[in-house]
Design a protein. Structure first.
Length: 374
């Protein structure tokens, strides 16, 4: 392999692929990036065996070839090089690098040892705005918790229905559902469970990119593709394994009716919950005493070591008087995930699920279970 490429292009590529490069004592090859030429393009690839990423850039290719080099080491090296063209050449299993006044020789690994990253085999696909997709995913990304007994709830459910995507996450104590609408209709319904770590990698790779991504749907894999602006060729391809299993029928726990409904200002409610959390006990409990007649909510928390806290909040309240407790961390997460300043909090009873949602939109809901006080 012998080629020339702009330093900023090469740095951009390593900034992208190193997001999923993994430190592995049993498989050192996973700490490496595969550099490979393909016609007029340089291709960079990394994988952690669960997910894989390919990145391409136009380059001046003089000789075809491929080699594996340490990802973090090479990325750090690029930080110190001038913004000048870089020449790369393979000699045996070494990579010679030259740039202006710099000349280095980097020991590489055999590219034949690099794991195969699956390629898309076509099938049905959707096109969606990259930024909007990642913003939606970000609203629910921190909810799942790792579970060996129930691996399906360790991931995020994607349900594709016609022109609608539903993203769902739960940890058994709370659940969030986010809806995104597509410009086109799918021919049939699809359902898949994406690992949480993979979802975080998707946000990291595509979250700041303008334009659209293409998502290919497959039974065991999911593929994301982002195209180059200057030529009809992929810029980034990202693929991941899926979690096997059937996601719980979460629709059953979404309350169909409520006994008490609150309409509150998000920031004021959030600030009082955060203050109350400073005095909460071992189970992170904050109590709400809701008085519809006087349209007032009393917040209370106490700690044997620190003392107790009480504050009052005004809001529009409909329904029955209610005293209910929540885990303040789960409640803060739910309130913070709402995008609008006015929120709706619908409560069923002291032990039943409650719903948090924005007053002006219906594309997101957050369900939280109360803390049982007895």
């Amino acid at each position: 392999m012998k080629l020339t490429i702009l330093k900023e292009k090469l740095k951009e590529g390593f900034n992208t692929v190193e997001k999923i490069s993994q430190k592995s004592l049993t498989l050192p090859i996973l700490q490496n990036t595969l550099l490979k030429t393909e016609k007029n393009f340089l291709k960079l690839s990394t994988t952690n065996l669960e997910s894989g990423i390919n990145w391409w850039s136009l380059a001046k290719i003089e000789k075809e070839g491929q080699i594996c080099i340490p990802t973090k080491f090479f990325s750090n090296l690029l930080n110190f090089l001038p913004n000048k063209p870089i020449s790369l050449e393979i000699k045996d299993l070494n990579l010679d690098l030259e740039s202006e006044n710099y000349k280095t020789k980097i020991k590489g690994l055999n590219p034949e040892d690099f794991p195969i990253i699956p390629e898309t085999k076509g099938g049905e696909s959707i096109i969606i705005n990259s930024s909007l997709f990642c913003q939606a995913l970000n609203q629910i990304i921190n909810i799942p918790s790792s579970s060996m007994a129930r691996p399906e709830i360790s991931g995020i459910l994607f349900s594709f229905q016609g022109d609608l995507i539903k993203m769902v996450a739960t940890d058994s104590f709370r659940l969030a559902e986010k809806k995104l609408f597509l410009k086109t209709n799918l021919s049939k319904e699809y359902s898949l469970i994406l690992p949480q770590n993979t979802a975080k990698e998707i946000i990291s790779v595509f979250g700041d990119r303008e334009g659209e991504i293409k998502i290919y749907l497959s039974p065991n894999q999911i593929f994301f593709e982002y195209m180059m602006e200057e030529t009809p060729h992929p810029k980034i391809q990202f693929t991941s394994r899926l979690i096997e299993g059937e996601y719980p029928n979460y629709q059953e726990i979404i309350p169909k009716k409520y006994e008490t409904s609150l309409s509150l200002q998000k920031e004021e409610f959030l600030n009082q919950i955060k203050t109350a959390s400073l005095f909460s006990g071992k189970i992170n409990e904050v109590n709400l005493d809701i008085d519809p007649k006087n349209e007032k909510i009393e917040l209370f928390s106490q700690s044997p070591d620190l003392g107790e806290y009480k504050s009052f909040l005004k809001g529009k309240i409909k329904g029955k008087k209610l005293s209910i407790s929540f885990n303040h961390r789960f409640l803060i997460d739910g309130i913070s995930s709402l995008k609008n300043n006015e929120l709706i909090f619908e409560l069923t009873n002291e032990e039943g699920p409650a719903i948090l949602k924005s007053a002006s939109t219906e594309d997101y809901l957050y369900i939280i279970m109360p803390v049982k006080t007895t």
